[in-house]
Design a protein around this ligand. Sequence first.
Ligand code: ADP
Length: 448
Amino acid sequence: MKQFFKYVLGALLAALIFSTLISLAFGWVWGIASLAFFMAAAAARDSWQLLTLNRWLARHQASAGYQPGGIWSQVFGRLHGLERHAEQTQQKLRDALERFQRAGAALPNGVIVIDQSDRILWCNPSAERHFGIALKQDRGQSLTYLIRHADFAEYLQSPPSGHPFILRRVRGTDLSLSLEIVPLSEDERMLVTHDITQMERDEQVRRDFVANVSHELRTPLTVVGGYIETLLDGETLDAAMQRRVLSTMRSQTQRMQNLVEELLSLSRLESQHAPAPDSPIPVSPILQQLFQMARHLSEGRHDIQCLCDSTDSILGSESELMSAFSNLVTNAVRYTPPGGKITLQWRRERGDGVFTVQDSGIGIPPEHLPRLTERFYRVDRARSRETGGTGLGLAIVKQVAMHHDSKLEITSEPGKGSTFAFRVPQSRIVPGHEDHAPEIDQPHFSES
Ligand code: ADP
């Protein structure tokens, strides 16, 4: 109000002084004419500024640097201030929204906001992945229409219990999700999803492992326990029977001992996180030991060859490599019928060093190949047990290979034989001065 009087009275006073001076100088007619002219000029200026303000409001942007003067400067100044404030607020909101969207996209958990009718209002990329949906197309769709599962629909309708709901085989995939509903407002709820597929698989592997170990130990324990009962009952056994009983007890305890030793060695390998040591292990002596071992196990039943006088060395752990290679050799002897052929070989292939054990044994049907290195996986359980197998040998080989940045490659044909290749990368090979890596048709050791 004070400003209004200041502005209006100031303008009137200026007009009166100006017209009085004109009247005094040129007469009252000119005085009145100049007053009218002054008032008309003031009105024209205000109209012009009103028009400018109107234009600015219409374009929603101030004309930069425009200095109208007087009260209009204040009006425009304030509008500029308001505009700047609104822009800053908008920028802050944009930043916050962007931050929220970035956080939502980075979240490993899925988040879906749904309304009371389970319609999708918003979701993050993890939720899109978990449910196989796309926000762009599926916004507004009912979640229970997309995920047709009676228990899931019931869970969404029931009041929040604080307990997660487990949804398995989501939309026909292997995915398992843990879901939790969180109320957001009167008519919005948030569904948080967590991928538990790997956790469930690990849990299943753990359960299978415990069941397998118990199963493997139960049979020999039952046999040994049964014989001990018989002996405690004071039953008289003739000398031949006694020998048979004691020899069975010995072989069953040996079986349990093998199992425990292999379990311990597997657990040691699995708990190693550092890479294998890089001491150079000469290949030739290892292969000669393996060759002797194969001859000993075979007891003359197989034709065994060793192509192994290379001067290469492997950078790694001798005991681990020996354990892996001997498992492959033992298997070749165990799964090759008498009269079959077994070849041990070390060769270089594009810089890699490859240790192969080739046999002309029973072979492996292709559907079993991908699972052979799983703990306790056997193609023929009875045959494996008969020949003293624990089902852990190839799992150990795989762990040793991983520890040496190497790979186990298996090729096999049922009835024709198998080849197990342990491929060591060039980075773990120290080539000999003269590389005598032999050709397959030049046997250096052989046993028939
Ligand atoms: P196992 O102690 O039963 O031999 P492994 O882990 O060493 O356990 O091998 C897993 C399975 O792979 C064996 O039970 C057998 O069915 C198959 N297998 C391994 N080596 C050979 C081979 N040389 N020839 C045929 N089958 C093999």
